[in-house]
Design a protein around this ligand. Sequence first.
Ligand SMILES: [Zn+2]
Length: 237
Amino acid sequence: MCFECVKISRRKFMSYAAAGAAAAGYWTVGGALSPSFAKTSMSADEALAKLKAGNQKFVSAPQLCAAELTNNRSAVAKGQSPWATILTCADSRVSPELIFGGVGLGELFVCRNAGNVADTAVMGTIEYGAEHLGSPLVVVMGHSRCGAVQAACDVVEKDAKLPGSIKPMVDAIVPAAKAMKGKSGDFVDLSVRENARLNAQKVMAESEIVKELAHGGKLKVVYARYDLDTGAVEFLG
Ligand SMILES: [Zn+2]
């Protein structure tokens, strides 16, 4: 249920370890995280099981999914140890903390943009969450009827012209739509799934930090689709 980690040479391992230590020192000196604040002890599989259980709760009893915030803010004010990183769409209906069962402050490390694209800022954010904060799981999650993916499908199918910065943003999703064009099934939904898969693959393929952690059994990258109608998150791979 995750991308196979890629073996890297010992020489590369040592260079990444050194780079990671230097980066950790810099970040700590920068005050982003208290050195004494423990990372989560949760494994990737445990984090995945917790997300699935939380989403099941959201589907079956959404009225119970408000986070308990009374003491939450003060408990995490001095540091954070998120147990999962979520890359998902900016769509206002896809709030990870809610759809995963009412998760409190300090638990999920979240990156969002239209179309859940792993661009440079997202790649760095995921690396920071994994390497420095110790998040053991990365979930790339698209959703049904995604407007950004719809726009990419329109570019591929109808040569749609998009204004401003929307065009280059959507261009990043076009490869997923091109790959699904002509396949049987709903074009947009197939492209949503393919876009999530491609971006999860990119996280694994292009981040040496992610590769190294995955190789060491400390990180998994999976991808998923959220259904706007049912509230269910389907983990696809
Ligand atoms: Zn969307």
